[in-house]
Design a protein around this ligand. Sequence first.
Ligand SMILES: [Zn+2]
Ligand SMILES: [Zn+2]
Length: 355
Amino acid sequence: MLAYRAVAVLALFTVSATLDAQRSRWFRGNTHTHTLQSDGDSPPDSAARWYRDHGYNFLLITDHERLTDPAPLNAQYGRAGAFLLIAGQEVTQRVADSTRKENRQAHMNALGIHKVVMPQGTNGVAKDITMAEGYRRNIAAIRAAGGIPQINHPNWRWSVRLSDLLAIPDSTLIEIANAHTGVNNLGAANADGRVVPSTEALWDSLLSRGKVLFAVGDDDSHSFRPGDADDYNLTRPGRSWIMVRANTLTASAILGAIRRGDFYVSTGVMLSDLTVSSRSIRLAIEATGSDDRQFTIEWVGRGGRVLSTATGREASYQIRGDEGYVRARITDSNGKHAWTQPVVEGQRSRVKGQG
Ligand SMILES: [Zn+2]
Ligand SMILES: [Zn+2]
């Protein structure tokens, strides 16, 4: 007997697959954006316009300690069923560490909040708590404000370690593909001899310990002015995003699907099908006839181990039951990716119950 859950993805698509598949569609969105309300270089209007005009369906403006009311922006830039702004904020937590010259960074995004969440300590610097405690308090505060917590750029300033995240609750989001130019997604062996895993490997380490965390990709965009495109150091929009499956484009439908894990991450590989059940995962890659990219699909399990590899535009994986979890990483011949959320071992009964 297989004992798997795809958390809520499964609940949706095992039990009432046909009905939901007919009604639902994919919405493209960015969950991390800065404007002149904090350290971005353009007003919220420029950000809203850019994303609306470049094929996105939803956008969260997430300035540091600033909640931008989406209502007036939606009145101006929103389009029913096509483009929607959703409330968000970055909680800019820093934690003092006597073993380092600089504070450690424990930023989080808060998706869908109804009030600002202030970081712990004075001016965003907590001097008397651990990183883990900082995350615990901020996740609780974000949830109390009605939001979904997202761990931001773990490798920025080489700040976050696995041990800092062992107590975070299931369904927290973790950025594995923040597109900012300075966030060290791939990890490194540092000058002090410490080997820092990639953000994707960090996610695998947490999944391998039984946590059910959903990966996110986003822009962390700061630079919208036309001339910004000439400077490769600036973080322009449009590089990393999520595709969320929902029946309708409303804040509650999008946030609900994110909470359930019914989305995938993309930096340029798009899926035309993603069908998840407790026994199998099937996917198809969107590509036109003249598109000659080659695709490699890797099925990844416990410890980040590659369970099997396929090439082509379609692949499926039959779940055996001993993988710990199963997720897909798709890489194209230009280095672009898609990552699907994990189907996690255990609690299959819960999945049935959710139907
Ligand atoms: Zn940040
Ligand atoms: Zn940011």
